[in-house]
Ligand binder design. Sequence first.
Ligand code: ZN
Ligand code: ZN
Length: 213
Amino acid sequence: MTPTLALEQLMLHPRYDELIDALRSIAPVHIVDQADAAAADALRLVTTIGADVLGAEQTTPITAGGTPGWLRLGILDALTAWVDGRASTCRHNPHPSRPAPVVAAAWRPGLVACPACAYLVALPRGSERDRTCDACGRVCAGVEHGDGVWPGLLQLGSLIYQYGTCTDCRPAITPDPGPLRRPETAERDRPRGTARVRPRGSRGRGRGRGARR
Ligand SMILES: [Zn+2]
Ligand SMILES: [Zn+2]
């Protein structure tokens, strides 16, 4: 089993939260503190980018099980590739041993960059790749034809993962039900911050309204 699939199984396990609690209790406090701070910074970035770039009013905490499989595997693959050294990085060489927010994208697997180098994972606006759905691979006609790509952000720990889908593949986001036991770990342990709003390049046209979570 690959690390990605192993991690996925762990996260989908009903007792995943207990495992995290146990790991936190035995990990050195300064490591836990650094990881928590990086996750909080990443969430702040997602919230800011979501509001400024995507127009999303808020982020939504979600569970691993409430995340579509392709998206869950995508972010976990980015995470494991970074942790085990398979991923390329920007010249600032972000490393999991120095927790800080990093950026990856569904359309550029194997590349992890610091936020200042996020342009490395950006797509030329309006290009064919910019119009390609990350879930089904379909190239959308473009928002001017009522067939835009819906951008989204997913955050897991310090990792911010960008993706875009066609209208049919937009993730049905199921908010994490029930009271969060510990909000600070909710920010760290599970993907959150899926901010989906206007299709790329919509500039307020076409289907770009609403659908805020
Ligand atoms: Zn960098
Ligand atoms: Zn699609």
